[in-house]
Design a protein around this ligand. Structure first.
Ligand code: DX5
Ligand code: ZN
Length: 218
């Protein structure tokens, strides 16, 4: 039986001049969550947006806001992102030596805790954190930019993460280079959520793109 993944729209590829409308449109088009890439120019070589923008766009969608924090010194900013309207706060262990404590702090703030794994990071990084994790984001590009090519070696990592997670209610999301060509392989490897930017925010129509990625239509 064909499995249908959840679709998370990465707004990095949206039109930033009309971000509120873009988020409303992609919500209307059937996305399951909104993926928001926060970059600080240190942890990754790009700068995007902060809590103030998240607060401004919050009213445009009732969907969960997944805030992907590609920043150093994450501990100092968790409260601000939580207050701005994040539902899930996703952090990189590569940016933070005390990731276990960070995950506990996210829970204390009343938010879901996510861990993102860079392409070079072992899937075993989650093993001793698993009781604190609600969401795992497997990076299939090096974080920093939209529109990059999927690193197919990461398919193996998705399988390992699935074997660690088993049937526990932890979402396994894949972020970077997700297209109609590779979506089925990603799902078969064990992902439950596809994060997509350029495959959604293009002229082919958001609803059409989301439904095709989900495998609802050909
Ligand atoms: C990359 C970001 C991704 C990015 C994905 O650093 O974490 O969320 O927006 O974009 P696409 O889908 O275009 O690869
Ligand atoms: Zn992301």
């Amino acid at each position: 039986m064909k499995q249908h993944p959840k679709i998370s729209s990465s707004i990095l590829s949206a039109n930033f001049a009309s971000l509120g409308k873009e988020i409303a449109d992609v919500t209307q088009a059937g996305a399951d969550s909104i993926h928001i890439d926060v970059m600080d120019g240190h942890f990754v070589p790009n700068i995007t947006l902060g809590p103030q923008v998240i607060r401004a766009i919050r009213p445009y969608s009732p969907l969960p806001f997944d805030v992907h924090l590609m920043i150093n010194n994450v501990d100092s900013y968790l409260e601000f992102f939580a207050a701005a309207g994040a539902d899930r706060l996703i952090v990189h262990p590569e940016a933070e030596p005390h990731i276990h404590r960070i995950l506990q702090r996210i829970k204390k703030l009343g938010k879901k805790a996510g861990v993102a794994l860079n392409p070079a990071t072992s899937p075993r990084a989650i093993e001793y954190l698993i009781n604190e994790i609600d969401y795992i984001l497997i990076m299939t590009v090096n974080p920093g930019f939209g529109g990059q090519s999927f690193i197919s070696q990461q398919l193996e990592k998705i399988k390992v993460v699935r074997s660690i997670v088993g049937t526990q209610p932890i979402e396994i999301a894949v972020d970077g280079g997700v297209t109609l060509e590779n979506s089925q392989q990603i799902i078969e490897a064990g992902a439950s959520t596809l994060v997509a930017g350029t495959s959604i925010f293009n002229d082919l129509g958001y609803e059409n793109n989301i439904r095709r990625l989900r495998g609802e239509i050909a």
